[in-house]
Write a protein that binds this ligand. Sequence first.
Ligand code: CDV
Length: 313
Amino acid sequence: MARIVHVAAAQMGPIAKSETRKDTVKRLIAMMREAKARGAELVVFTEMALTTFFPRWLIEDQDELDSYYEPSMPGPVTQPLFDEAKKLGVGFYLGYAELATEAGKKHRYNTSILVDRSANIVGKYRKVHLPGHAEPQEGRTHQHLEKRYFEPGNLGFPVWRAFGGVMGMCICNDRRWPETYRVMGLQGVEMVMLGYNTPFAHTLHADIDGLTSFHNHLSMQAGAYQNSTWVIGTAKCGTEEGSAMLGQSAIIAPSGEVIAQAVSLGDEVITARCDLDLGKRYRETIFNFAKHREPAAYKLIVERKGAIAPPET
Ligand code: CDV
């Protein structure tokens, strides 16, 4: 029997600094309802979906900084999202800033969770590849202080059996790194979900920043194809507090093809019928890992440091 997952990417337009969490959760619920009405059973929200993208500012007041984080999930403000999910029988991926207490100490992570159709959290992921800088940089209209406000994730790249398949998560910058998909690919991942906040001006080199749209899809399509997995990438986009951010949320098949794409820079739901066995077909043929990967040779490659020098004459 075919293993079909009807999935939605719920792209989100800007969240103003002044917008309350309650209002933001209402926007998420409205998109969840639309996704359900269009047949989806799993909704992928974006990275840090509950607040404006606060790493663009230097925030020195600890109480103000803490106000952007969730000390519990669900919490009082996010509970209605879980209640609605249960009522609709829809699962979801949600990104948020997590304030955790581990061994009696406070830790900050850029986190996502996977929630099943009964509103139970089945998985948690913490962003590994944190972009940006820890100190404000001169000459920027917007900072990118993720390295100041978060620690690298300490949960690895696990995958979970859920929604009739093997599901994985990553967050934004992770999508650019092949090892993100490969580590999950080696565990048999069939669908990778991710959210992103991608400002057009990041490196401040026009030649690189001018390719922001291209690199977004390039990374996700390559990750999908090379690991025989579906990839669902959901943007927070539009001009948020003066920072212009990329949209182009996409649902990508294991073939590497984009089969659904957002066309706006605002709240927009896109959906697709994802056949998990399509990935299996790639994995049993061109990307049969057991037959064609050569881990022994990779060891030699990894151990080599630098280029081989030309022979001395
Ligand atoms: N939130 C992000 O991780 N954004 C990065 C930008 C800064 C390059 C991204 O990879 O899209």
